[in-house]
Design a protein around this ligand. Sequence first.
Ligand SMILES: Cc1ncc(COP(=O)(O)O)c(C=O)c1O
Length: 363
Amino acid sequence: MRQLNDLSTPAVVIDLDVLERNVARMAERARQHGVRLRPHAKTHKIVAIGRLQTAAGAVGLSVAKTSEAEVFADAGFDDLFVAFPVVGQDKGRRLVRLAERVRLAVGTDSVEGARTLAEPFAQAGRVLDVMLKVDVGYHRVGVEPDRAPAVAGQIAELRGLRLRGIFTHAGHAYAQETPEAVAAVASHEGKALALVAEGLRAAGLPIEQVSVGSTPTARHAMTVNGVTECRPGNYVFHDASQVALGSCRLEDCAMTVLATVVSVPAPGRAVVDAGSKTLSSDALRPHAGGHGRILGRLSRIDKLSEEHGVIAVQPGESFRVGERVRILPNHACVVTNLHDRLWGVRGEAVEDELPVAARGRVE
Ligand SMILES: Cc1ncc(COP(=O)(O)O)c(C=O)c1O
């Protein structure tokens, strides 16, 4: 069997034991709390990992793009949620074709946007399930909770659409400095969304699904009464930011980047063949702090250019040209999207080549 040393660098390596443990743990947590798990596939974009998640009990997958949904539908996934405010008749027409073969829902946060999807569905004599996005504090997309009844009411009246439920993503959890602060964001995420759902039901709108989810908030948000669904994504791999946020331990990180030291040009500086093209430029959260940890060392990558990762060598440590290191990236999801394949390993043995089937699907 191929060994780690046989891989050309840089290579993105997934520890399959850790991946399987992460998938099983989150599935068990969701089961315990009676919440449907609909993991976000943006992190892996890999068919085999999606199958692992559904085999562990996930009801289906979340994706970010219509084109990602098409990839997973082609691979046989039959229950997909595009967790993004999809806008445009072009997308609407693609979604009509998709809805002919899978159980489908898409996000929306405006009547104008929803109308662009309603029209192609009404023309085709079909109905698309939509989920209204609610902003619980991230202030990216989503209606403010107090506007939800008015917007939901108008969307529910559009011919061609059915309002299945509401959803949110508490991305501001990534800016919190302590696990307690993350827990507070998570609790608010669940409670605020459940409250909106109650209000909509009181207004006569049948809200089936109340969907929360991010990796830092999942474990707390899914315990809140009224939450029915959770959509964590990053948990399959975790990364240096999840460790810094207290979402997981170092040993729960499944993704590392195998790189070769290609130059040691001066004392205190070593350079690997993994730059921003491999690791992305995403910052460590909640506080910026380099571009990746070197496993087993204190030194970290301090500076990136496209093909070079520059390690600031800590006192007492050294690197030699030709040496291979494993780097824990700041943000696993964006690393995946930079690579055609990831390598599944157990110990030193390379067990699987994992094609990133939904890589680069931006529409
Ligand atoms: C709408 C939505 N849902 C779920 C997730 C998954 O969150 P995480 O990557 O923290 O697990 C994301 C991540 O960006 C998202 O944007």
